[in-house]
Design a protein around this ligand. Structure first.
Ligand code: ADP
Ligand code: ASP
Ligand code: MG
Length: 412
């Protein structure tokens, strides 16, 4: 039997009515002759509520208990989806992650899937079950504790199941009808892409476009999963949505294919650090041990053997970074005069594989920002992206200006 994976995000299962709508789509694929694995998220807002409860109960929470609590949202929707399908006479059964079992690393709140044995679910398909409903976002570590895969992790569950079961396609149903040139909530000129290359999607996701979790794109790229993003609210259309695929399958090409942003960034500067070999290693080693995700880095020009070192990280990791650096200073590992935090910045990036063969993208980006009077605080580049750190109040303006400057509302 050919097999499909269909994933429904939080807004697509937000109410019993929406679960019914999603179940109807699943029923249609079953009628088309597919066995289906449905991956569900928690009802919209549920995971945020659960995270809030954990933080209120225990600010420096034990991550194992965080996972025990926040994974529960998906258990509810998995059971409800199976019941809804049964009511529609579609033979269905639900699985929580541990029952499959979805085996993961023991890194709580940020676990990675290591293996998905297929026998358990396949045995049920062999008995006539048509739909396996699996709770997304969760797994089990070797010590038997429940883990979660990081926010947005149900996307990754879906792609991992598609790879493990050799699915014909992995359809990600969400509240937008595909991947756009930028977040359609920020720019009304955003254009839906029919296709996007894995590498571009990977960059967009890791630079903040939350329509797909980064890890899900990595897995799809590695295991050659045909990945499609589409709306669960629109009428059924087999060619709808955006296909994430190999570069070779794409005809249209703009030099820049998308603009991504990440709102909650902070810029941290260590003032007057001794400029000597080993200093960067001491600073970033300390931050890495404290689990701070450092993104951009700049080292200023040194004067009289001292320099300023600036880095960016998510705003909710600033307190941890500060504590780690103060402790390192007390131990004599690093010597700096002061630590200055700018919490009101954001990161805006342009992405496109066309950048590999075109020059002048950076100049055009900086010109567009300067025309709007936006000051750039930090710049980083890679082969297919350019990112800048700017004041957060300019986020929308910068995204729109770059979208215009690179002519993204028009197909290439
Ligand atoms: P789900 O709950 O279905 O997983 P998410 O909220 O995680 O949905 O992701 C969908 C959201 O991603 C959209 O509502 C949209 O605001 C946002 N988004 C950001 N960048 C993009 C983009 N380039 N294309 C489409 N959506 C985007
Ligand atoms: N419910 C989880 C979250 O909100 C996982 C997901 O929806 O993908 O992060
Ligand atoms: Mg999501």
């Amino acid at each position: 039997m050919p097999l499909l994976v269909m994933k429904f995000g939080g807004t697509s299962v937000a109410t019993l009515d929406r679960i019914r709508r999603a179940a109807k789509r699943v029923g249609r694929e079953v009628a088309n002759g597919y066995d289906v694995i449905v991956i569900v998220s928690a009802m919209s807002g549920k995971t945020n509520e659960l995270v809030g409860w954990v933080e209120e109960t225990s600010p420096l929470f034990d991550a194992r208990e965080y996972d025990a609590v926040v994974s529960s949202g998906e258990n509810v929707t998995a059971g409800l989806m199976a019941l809804t399908l049964q009511e529609m006479d579609v033979p269905a059964r639900s699985w929580q992650g541990w029952q499959v079992p979805v085996q993961t690393t023991p890194v709580h709140a940020a676990a990675r899937i290591e293996a998905i044995p297929t026998d358990n679910i396949n045995a049920k398909f062999a008995e006539g079950m048509k739909v396996a409903v699996v709770a997304g976002f969760q797994g089990i570590a070797a010590d038997g504790r429940i883990t979660t895969l990081g926010r947005g992790g149900s996307d990754t569950t879906a792609v991992a199941f598609a790879a493990a079961f050799g699915a014909e396609r992995c359809d990600i149903y969400t509240d937008v009808d595909g991947v756009y040139t930028t977040d359609p909530r920020i720019s009304s000129k955003a254009r839906k892409l029919d296709r996007i290359a894995f590498e571009e999607m990977l960059e967009l996701a890791s630079l903040g476009a939350k329509v797909l979790q980064t890890r899900s794109v990595e897995l799809a790229m590695r295991y050659k999963v045909r990945l499609r993003v589409l709306s669960s609210f629109e009428e059924y259309d087999p060619t709808a949505g955006t296909l994430v695929c190999d570069e070779e399958e794409i005809m249209e090409s703009n030099v820049v294919s998308g603009v991504a942003y990440s709102r909650d960034e902070a810029k941290v500067t260590l003032i007057s650090v001794a400029d000597r070999p080993g200093i960067a290693s001491a600073i970033f080693g300390t931050l890495s041990e404290a689990a701070v995700n450092v993104d951009m880095i700049i080292q200023n020009i040194s004067e009289e053997g001292r320099t300023d070192m600036t880095f960016s990280c998510p705003t909710n990791q600033v307190a941890r970074a500060d504590r780690a650096m103060q402790q390192a200073r007390e131990k004599g590992l690093v010597n700096f005069h002061d630590l200055v935090v700018d919490n009101d910045v954001c990161k805006v990036s342009v992405v496109g594989i066309g950048m590999r063969s075109h020059t002048g993208v950076a100049a055009k980006m900086f010109e567009a920002l300067s025309k709007e009077g936006i000051n750039i605080k930090v710049i980083t580049t890679s082969e297919i992206k350019i990112s800048v750190l700017i004041d957060r109040k300019y986020l929308e303006l910068a995204v729109q200006a770059l979208h215009d400057a690179f002519g993204l509302e028009m197909a290439g």
